[in-house]
Design a protein around this ligand. Structure first.
Ligand code: 8IG
Length: 279
């Protein structure tokens, strides 16, 4: 699906138009997988990767570098593949296992290319998952939390030109209800995206808490905006891998974050399986 976007003179320089690049990526995916249309798409962040092996039957796995506009992952613990699954419901799911983070410095177009490719592949539901820090002390490490809204503190937008994209009910209440039917114990929180790659100071976490943030991470908000621009419905899920800085006793480190993710993986995969079964 190609949304209306700004005049070409404004959005394009010598680069390829991002929606054309997404369409090229989608046609490569169709050619390699033999799947004409993918119904839903998922981006699996820290802790969520196992879902790719569990929620459906793998039709094809494509190295990210073989799909136009994608790059091999620069982050340890993040896989660099695009995978096509056939779900037990018969729907086709596209797993975008090649997330580009804002802090990699490739620009916002690269950050949202996976989401735009999902839309161009036909997906009308985009499931965005991540590992994140818990700002609200009510959220414990190892807990999955539904994202109900976000604060985009990156000072960037994936939308170019004079396109005033509406962001009300960005994380669709319909999908959140459906997720809570699958797992009634799921709590909801407001996600804050910061540029990273450093974690926050304790003072910054107190500030985020004061302005209404409950979960903090380095992805998802920009992707959600692009998904909305492309007309998709969005479900956001965070795995709390650590109490945010100053909330817990300990300093933060990436190895511990990955470890917390690993421990939660089977449970999260099973949760996602129950959610996608209802879509
Ligand atoms: I996993 O505490 C994970 N990602 N900004 N802060 C930020 N990103 C994160 C954190 C965190 N934990």
């Amino acid at each position: 699906m190609r949304p209306a976007h700004g005049p070409k003179l404004f959005t394009m320089s010598i680069e390829t138009d991002p929606f054309d690049l997404a369409a090229e990526a989608a046609s490569t995916i169709t050619r390699v997988t033999g799947v004409e249309r993918h119904d839903i798409a998922l981006t699996l962040g820290s802790g969520w990767g196992r879902a790719a092996d569990v929620i459906g039957e793998t039709v094809a796995v494509i190295p990210a570098e073989d799909v136009p506009g994608f790059h091999a992952s620069g982050v340890p613990g993040h896989s660099g593949t695009i995978r096509s699954l056939r779900l037990p419901t018969g729907k086709h799911a596209l797993i975008i296992g090649a997330r580009t983070h804002f802090y990699e410095g490739r620009g916002v177009r690269a950050v949202v290319h996976g989401v735009r490719t999902a839309a161009a592949s036909g997906a009308d539901v985009m499931i965005l998952t991540n590992g994140a820090g818990g700002v609200d002390p009510a959220f414990g490490a190892g807990e999955a939390v539904l994202i109900c809204d976000h604060l985009n503190l990156t000072a960037a937008s994936p939308v170019e030109g004079a396109n005033f994209v509406d962001l009300t009910d960005l994380y669709a209440s319909r999908l959140r209800e459906l997720a809570r039917e699958a797992e009634p114990s799921l709590q909801e929180g407001v996600y804050v995206q910061l540029p990273g790659p450093h974690y926050e100071t304790p003072a910054e976490i107190r500030y985020l808490s004061a302005i209404g943030g409950q979960i903090v991470g380095m992805s998802t908000a920009l992707e959600a905006i692009a998904a909305r621009q492309s007309g998709m419905e969005i479900l956001g899920l965070s795995l709390i891998t650590n109490p945010a800085a100053g909330i817990g006793e300990d300093p933060l480190n990436h190895a511990e974050v990955l470890e917390a993710g690993k421990a939660a993986e089977p449970r999260l995969a099973e949760l996602l399986g129950r959610i996608v079964a209802r879509l």
